[in-house]
Ligand binder design. Structure first.
Ligand SMILES: *[C@@H]1O[C@H](CO)[C@@H](O)[C@H](O)[C@H]1NC(C)=O
Ligand SMILES: *[C@@H]1O[C@H](CO)[C@@H](O)[C@H](O)[C@H]1NC(C)=O
Ligand SMILES: *[C@@H]1O[C@H](CO)[C@@H](O)[C@H](O)[C@H]1NC(C)=O
Ligand SMILES: *[C@@H]1O[C@H](CO)[C@@H](O)[C@H](O)[C@H]1NC(C)=O
Length: 345
């Protein structure tokens, strides 16, 4: 849904000791070519791995292998080492005919009772080609499993079709039938690429929030309900149970849930800031502590998040908001002894 995306990641130092619970944990010795973390650094082949990244959700949607090849070549020439892209595109049966005509990449189609996998040449084989071409150009891929927003077969389709009309967006995170459907797709992707050193990390969802662009949040996804944190924990543990080696992260926007959320002046009125008051559903400081969240992500869209910026009667600007958002994530990372770095796309 967003045109310009900035992703920043915070590298986690994991806290061992999980008591009696048997939570699967990341392997301390990863295969050659796998990125891991050491203390507050990413690490590759025993050396700190610092990189410039790009974010191109559309790459697997390119129709020809030549276009994929050319895009990676250009990235490699620009020094890009990590690419974030999307591992999802699901369509409904009414869209199938036109998808087949246009050659659209799709991985799942809703057949009026369930998602049916497309692992053919117009489906996951396109993603296979993206992942292998990335490797040829010495680029590693961050792959997101699904979308908070309705676009590209995102979570509201699961909500509407599996839980039924009239449900709020956040049942995506709690309905066992939806979780089973999500996990079945996630398992397909993870098992397909779990041995590939071309994967940098898995992202559980693009920009998980209590609400979406088509459905509101319900009463069970409110500040303090921990709905997203619980889901992040379940799904990161699930992915870890399938894949001991790759890094896992949320894919979230990095919203905070602060006891004293920031406020700002807009048109001579003091406003409580959505990005800090927990309404979005994330709690960046605490989500990052989950045992199988290996680093944190955050995004920033100053102009679309804050029409108030630079408004007469507002006391701040796009620039000082952006710098502040970055500093706060650095600070959050430092507080829990984790390191941050950023990719811009
Ligand atoms: C299927 O997708 C088309 C195109 O996005 C949309 O117009 C239609 O409403 C969808 N059908 C259902 C049942 O959601
Ligand atoms: C949907 O697909 C599943 C799995 O292939 C199949 O069992 C089911 O009968 C299909 N349903 C419809 C309505 O086509
Ligand atoms: C804007 O005003 C709020 C409330 O008085 C204050 O907390 C905040 O620091 C101000 N921001 C800037 C950039 O001056
Ligand atoms: C700013 O506040 C004034 C006075 O309350 C109001 O009339 C006006 O619509 C507001 N403008 C915006 C853009 O919110």
């Amino acid at each position: 849904m967003w045109s310009l995306l900035v992703i920043c990641v915070v590298n986690a130092l994991l806290i061992l000791n999980t008591g009696a619970l048997k939570i699967p944990r990341r392997s301390t010795k990863v295969p050659p070519g796998f990125v891991t973390t050491r203390g507050r650094e990413f690490e590759l082949e025993g050396k700190p791995f610092a990189f410039v990244g790009a974010n191109s959700y559309w790459l697997p949607l390119l129709l020809t292998e030549d276009d994929v090849e050319r895009t990676f070549k250009t990235m490699q020439e620009a020094g890009v080492k990590v690419l974030r892209t999307w591992g999802f595109n699901a369509i409904n049966a009414t869209e199938l005919t036109s998808a087949l005509d246009s050659g659209l990449t799709y991985y799942q189609v809703w057949n009026s009772s369930q998602w049916v996998l497309n692992d053919g040449p117009q489906g996951l084989q396109r993603l296979d080609h993206v992942i292998s071409t990335a490797g040829k150009h010495d680029i590693k891929v961050i792959l997101a499993f699904t979308n908070n927003w309705v676009g590209y077969g995102g979570s509201d389709l699961y909500v509407q079709w599996i839980a039924g009309a009239g449900q709020p967006h956040d049942v995506f995170f709690t309905d066992p039938r939806i979780i089973a459907s999500y996990q079945s797709y996630v398992k397909t992707l993870v098992e397909r690429y779990k041995d590939s050193p071309n994967i940098f990390a898995w992202e559980l969802m693009n920009e998980a929030r209590c609400l979406s662009d088509t459905l509101p949040a319900g009463p069970n996804c409110v500040p303090g309900s921990n709905t997203l944190k619980t889901w992040y924990q379940q799904q990161s543990d699930f992915v870890r149970s399938l894949d001991p080696n790759h890094l896992i992260t949320t894919g979230g926007e990095g919203h905070f849930y602060w006891k004293k959320p920031l406020e700002y002046w807009y048109n001579h009125t003091l406003v409580s800031d959505y990005n800090y008051n927990g309404q979005a559903g994330e709690d960046f400081d605490h989500d990052m502590l989950l045992p199988n969240i290996d680093f944190g992500t955050y995004h920033l869209y100053p102009q679309s998040w804050y029409s108030e910026l630079d408004f007469p009667g507002s006391n701040w600007t796009v620039e000082n908001w952006g710098l502040q958002w970055i500093d706060e994530h650095i600070q959050a990372a430092n507080n829990i002894r984790k390191k941050h770095l950023c990719e811009l796309g």
